[in-house]
Ligand binder design. Structure first.
Ligand code: RP5
Length: 155
């Protein structure tokens, strides 16, 4: 299964490329698209409705401001959706965060930190690893490397 990375604007790509890099490091296949819940509602619907049959297992959605992308994606599919709130000039990203995290009961979205595209990717890998032992081993190796870096730090 692959991961679907979507973002509301090409201006989100710099942050969302972090998810791409992390998925590549784990050898997880992904596709990426710019789709706006507001500017391209028909494309949004088509994407959400067809995601599962196109082999997507998890969706990562990055958006800013009135950040409805992840919530609308979650409304269109029962695949897990992970939201990445974008930092914004006007409100620092708190707008994006609150917009994404306050989903109504029944349509959940897992929201990571503002700009947390890399963690979104790791969470997606953890979900896919539930049914993939080689991916689970890669996650364990990654955790060990992180710990070793700290343990071996001399100051
Ligand atoms: C959101 O509005 C996008 O996700 C982006 O974070 C923000 C600004 O979009 P642009 O005006 O840069 O296209 O929909």
């Amino acid at each position: 299964m692959k991961v679907g990375i979507i973002m509301g604007s090409v201006s989100d790509y710099e942050v969302m490329s972090g998810a791409e890099q992390m998925l590549s490091a784990f050898g997880v296949e992904f596709e990426k698209r710019v789709i706006s819940a507001h500017r391209t509602p028909d494309l949004m619907t088509e994407y959400g409705r067809s995601a599962r049959e196109r082999g997507i297992g998890v969706i990562i959605a990055g958006a800013g401001g009135a950040a409805h992308l992840a919530g609308v994606a979650a409304a269109l599919t029962t695949l897990p959706v992970i939201a990445v709130p974008m930092q914004t000039k006007s409100l620092g990203g708190l707008d994006s965060l609150l917009s994404m995290v306050q989903m109504p009961t029944g349509i959940p979205v897992a929201t990571v930190a503002i700009g947390g595209a890399k963690n979104a990717a790791i969470l997606a890998v953890e979900i896919l690893a539930l049914q993939d032992d080689s991916l689970r081993e890669k996650l364990e190796k990654y955790r060990k490397e992180q710990a070793d870096k700290i343990i071996n730090t001399i100051i």
